[in-house]
Ligand binder design. Structure first.
Ligand SMILES: Nc1ncnc2c1ncn2[C@@H]1O[C@H](COP(=O)(O)OP(=O)(O)O)[C@@H](O)[C@H]1O
Ligand SMILES: [Mg+2]
Length: 249
């Protein structure tokens, strides 16, 4: 199951202490079912704000966002992975973290367990099912968060810089894992990053946002076969083009 996302003329204005900040300025974006889209832009350009609107935590000041046919309860068809390692419940084991969404859906215990173990296997953590978050490395915790997001079979998977706080080697390993999982599950993915090579490694399409306030600046379609080789000339060329669009040299 994969669902389309339709973002139409969406703006977001924060209001705090009498001050207004236009964080997202008239963004429109269509994501096809099973497409992997990376939203790329500098820090502060409105990426997290866009993500929070897709998740349903924030409502657009203007414009509309629709997922699938829009008939589900807000949020129930979305799986979410954030940058923050603290997103797991510290008092629950890895398996029980993954079971969380299934509990909310009143899935019977035996079935819940089986599904949780299946997704822990997908992220390579079967052996750590009974470990608590504090016993796991940052990368492992993010893998639990991915398993949890996927376990209740959401129509879209939303990831906001999930590996930004990891060391470079772990990050590369996680990027390979995400490609592998996406090829197996064929979810619609929106993945936010400020890292150009990460976007080129992962995406079918890269959406470049201008610096604050967030406005679409350019769009690139990537057709390199997966898994991608960051040392291939085509990869480096794509990085170069996107860097130019971002204004990075
Ligand atoms: N709660 C808030 N109140 C006021 N301004 C905010 C708030 N959250 C974010 N902003 C501002 O909105 C802009 C976009 O922020 P954000 O979406 O977090 O960007 P990004 O994720 O791309 O770094 C920034 O200028 C930021 O300072
Ligand atoms: Mg952010």
């Amino acid at each position: 199951m994969a669902e389309a996302i339709a973002i139409e003329h969406v703006s977001y204005r924060y209001q705090s202490a009498g001050r207004e900040v236009l964080a997202v300025d008239d963004v429109s974006l269509q994501v096809a079912p099973a497409e992997f889209v990376c939203v790329l832009g500098p820090s502060g350009c409105g990426k997290t704000t866009i993500m929070n609107m897709i998740v349903g935590f924030l409502h657009p000041t203007q414009g509309t966002i629709r997922i699938g046919d829009g008939s589900d309860d807000a949020g129930s068809n979305r799986g979410v992975v954030f940058q923050d390692f603290a997103q797991l419940f510290p008092w629950r084991t890895a398996r029980r973290n993954v079971e969380f969404g299934l509990e909310m859906r009143k899935i019977p215990t035996a079935e819940r367990r089986e599904t949780a173990m299946e997704f822990l296997r997908l992220v390579g953590l079967t052996k750590f099912a009974d470990a608590f978050p504090h016993e796991l490395s940052g990368g492992m915790q993010q893998r639990v968060a991915i398993a949890r997001a996927l376990a209740y079979n959401p129509g879209v998977l939303l990831m906001d810089e999930p590996f930004a706080a990891l060391d470079a080697m772990t990050r590369e390993e996680m990027q390979r894992l995400v490609t592998d999982i996406w090829q197996k599950t064929r979810k619609t993915v929106v993945y936010v990053t400020h890292n150009i090579s990460e976007a080129v490694y992962l995406a079918d399409r890269v959406i470049v946002l201008a610096a604050h306030p967030g406005k679409l600046k350019a769009e690139f379609r990537l057709t390199l076969p997966r898994p991608r080789d960051p040392l291939a000339p085509e990869f480096i060329e794509a990085q170069r083009e996107i860097s130019a669009a971002l204004g990075v040299h």
